[in-house]
Write a protein that binds this ligand. Structure first.
Ligand SMILES: [Zn+2]
Length: 129
């Protein structure tokens, strides 16, 4: 079956701390978070910006988290204050948060995979089959 997969990467800079963590991650510090989003679907859609059904999802929609926090993104914020309390600010939960928020913005049949990295050597991936 024909299938399309979009992949986009972006970064945002933000501060966080891991609540009750016994160690340096428990103190406020910052990262340049790297995010990679894969979006796949078997059909093409129109978007908020394009009236023709010609895309899996608009790249602008997928990259919402890159925007400044004052414009609804995650850039230059304290993640602990912006993310709802049920999401701890580990990379695992940041990936799930970005997944959940992106899922609300894309057509129903678009499958997502979200990867988040805090450092050059480690990544976490989240998807929901
Ligand atoms: Zn950290």
């Amino acid at each position: 079956m024909p299938k399309w997969k979009l992949v986009t990467e972006f970064t945002f800079d933000s501060a966080h701390y891991i609540k009750d963590y016994d160690g340096p991650c428990g103190r406020m510090h910052g990262h340049t978070y790297k995010v990679r989003i894969e979006a796949s679907s078997y059909s093409l859609h129109l978007s908020e910006y394009c009236p023709h059904p010609a895309m899996v999802s608009d790249f602008r929609t997928l990259r919402w988290a890159k925007k400044d926090v004052s414009k609804g993104g995650l850039d230059h914020c304290i993640l602990n204050e912006v993310m709802p309390p049920e999401y701890e600010t580990t990379s695992e939960m940041i990936a799930k948060y970005i997944y959940d928020e992106t899922k609300k913005r894309v057509p129903l049949d678009v499958q997502l995979k979200v990867a988040v990295s805090e450092t050059p050597n480690s990544w976490v991936e989240y998807e929901d089959d």
